[in-house]
Design a protein around this ligand. Structure first.
Ligand code: ADP
Length: 541
């Protein structure tokens, strides 16, 4: 017997209409290329969303079209998210940090019809002129006064397009399984792969993100998403904020600028933010050298890469900011696990430190498991580590326009490519990417644990550990370190620092000091490039 409850579709339109009605006076503050502090409200934004929907329709954009963005976090990007998805089109956010050939591949693969972009990315698109035939028009996200010269044709000005449009738009009915947004993984091996979100997956992900042991935001919070809107929808914050009604502060292109971030936090009363570890390093460094404080900030999320304990401690002990570690990926919208606020007193210092660096606890809605090489499930004892697989309504079921997915098994589990442990309370800890694990004498060594330990040394700015061939042990860890400016640190001192902190046979067999370390377009250490760079290295005998 079926139940007798309404089957209302879970759509982004419903979140937008709710925000427009209930949180109409919520403020959005943005840094853009044409205004260092633009302000408007949800009500203003959604009026402009309707104008944009009209403008796109007039230009010939149709239901199911992919409409791309190449843009920083700001109010126009927020408006595009809603205008495109709620019109039944697909908002395809492109990461401008990818190589031009990858951007070209992605635009052609998605068959993008229009591209909305920040002035700063016009040169990138000029390089692709003639190579992206599906694109019918380019909309520059600025006003007439700031429109740049360009060699491209079919170029429109965002504000001029909106000017003459009506504030009324009749939103189409949308099936909750319709595609809403598209984001490509950075494709460290092979071409980038598209993850096509649905309205339903986005709404359910938003509900989960709103849980109090997850983001736990309230309407009196002020949220600054530093994680880019061009990669995995800024971890869902533009949707969460619409439902919660918290004020939004968008830093535009200034995402790694400690000074701008500090003044935004202080001027706008930011209480909550989200970003990758490198962003927090930049902010903490600025605070240390300037002596400034960030009194309004209560909590931040760190994710996208493993975060050293030193960042968590510095935030809490010097600035009274709680840091939540979260884990997820493009294929997961992205939230998979979230480390909730832990009780420092009850846990005691060492247990507190051990627990809080973990990638976090399972979120209702995502099933996790770890398996061995034979796909046999491993125990949740915090010790056994294996390939991490996931299932759930906001996990991709296959990739866009790719028939075959070697990441999904016959039972529908998605292999994340991460290697992890899970403890009896459901706290998961990533030990490595599966392609980066180091196997020494048949036993696995976690490169992430070693990197985090190295970064806890006061003279170390950044560290990477890669597995290199070894005569006796097949593979041994090689530590690569960037020292902090002016710091004195010898190889012996660095390696001795690991004693007592990790198993003795985990201690890297050698350490090299370097000036820089290769990163991917999403800011993660690129182990593939590092292994290539050091391919001729041999361990001292
Ligand atoms: P990409 O496009 O590079 O795949 P994603 O943002 O999808 O970008 O990256 C997801 C990967 O990032 C995860 O599979 C994991 O390896 C890594 N990652 C994310 N969060 C964490 C975390 N808290 N700790 C360790 N690694 C993480």
């Amino acid at each position: 017997m079926q139940g007798l409850m309404m089957n209302s579709p879970l759509t982004i339109t419903s979140m937008m209409e709710f925000a427009d009605k209930i949180h109409s006076d919520t403020e959005i503050v943005s840094v853009t290329s044409d205004n260092p502090r633009h302000r408007h409200t949800f009500s203003d934004a959604f009026k402009r969303v309707r104008k944009l929907a009209n403008a796109l329709q007039k230009l010939g954009a149709e239901k199911e079209d992919c409409i791309a963005t190449l843009a920083w976090n700001d109010y126009r990007h927020f408006e595009i998210y809603y205008a495109v998805s709620c019109s039944g089109m697909v908002c395809h956010t492109i990461n401008p940090r990818l190589f031009p050939e990858q951007v070209e591949y992605i635009i052609n693969h998605a068959d993008d019809q229009f591209i909305l972009l920040d002035v700063a990315f016009l040169p990138l698109l000029e390089q692709l002129d003639g190579k992206i035939p599906s694109v019918k028009g380019i909309i520059v996200m600025t006003d007439a006064a700031n429109m740049p010269e360009t060699t491209l044709t079919n170029v429109y000005c965002y504000e001029s397009l909106l000017e003459s449009e009506s504030e009324e738009f009749s939103w189409p009915d949308i099936d909750e399984m319709d595609a809403s947004a598209l984001c490509y993984t950075s494709g460290t091996t092979g071409n980038p792969k598209g993850v096509l979100y649905t309205h339903r997956s986005t709404v359910l992900h938003t509900f989960a993100a709103c849980l109090s042991d997850v983001m736990g935001l309230a309407s009196d919070d002020v949220v600054m998403p530093i994680v880019p809107m061009f990669h995995v929808n800024a971890w869902g914050l533009p949707y969460v904020s619409a439902v919660v009604g918290n004020k939004l502060v968008f830093p535009g292109a200034k995402m790694a600028d400690g000074e701008v971030l500090t003044s935004l936090i202080n001027d706008e009363g930011v209480t909550y933010s989200a970003g990758v570890p490198t962003v927090w390093l930049a902010l903490l460094k600025y605070l240390e050298t300037s002596g400034k404080t960030i009194d309004s900030l209560q909590a931040v999320i760190v994710g996208g890469a493993a975060c050293p304990l030193s960042i968590l401690e510095e935030f809490e002990d010097k600035h009274n900011v709680y840091t939540h570690v979260a884990w997820g990926m493009t294929e997961m919208s992205p939230l998979g696990t979230f480390n909730p606020k832990l009780d420092r007193e009850a846990l005691g210092e060492s247990e507190y430190a051990r627990m809080r660096v973990k990638a976090g606890r399972c979120i209702y809605g995502v099933d996790l498991k770890i398996v061995d090489d034979n796909n046999v499930e491993l125990p949740w004892d915090g010790e056994a580590f294996g390939a991490l697989k996931v299932k759930g309504p906001w996990v991709c079921s296959s990739y866009f326009k790719l028939e075959e997915s070697d990441a999904h098994d016959a039972d529908g589990w998605f292999d994340t490519g991460d290697v992890a442990t899970i403890d009896s309370l459901g706290f998961m800890q990533i030990t490595d990417r599966s392609k980066d694990v180091i196997k020494s004498g048949g036993e696995w060594i976690s490169s992430i644990d070693l990197e985090n330990t190295a970064v806890d040394h006061p003279s170390v700015l950044e560290a990477a550990v890669i597995g290199m061939p070894h005569e006796k042990w097949t593979e041994r860890p090689l530590l690569l370190v960037i020292k902090k400016e002016g710091a004195e640190l010898s190889k012996e001192e660095m390696l001795a620092f690991f004693k007592g902190k990790v198993a003795s046979w985990w201690i890297p067999s050698d350490c090299l000091f370097v000036d820089e370390l290769a990163h991917t377009a999403t800011g993660k250490l690129s182990k593939k490039d590092l292994r290539e760079q050091f391919k001729d290295y041999t361990f001292p005998s």
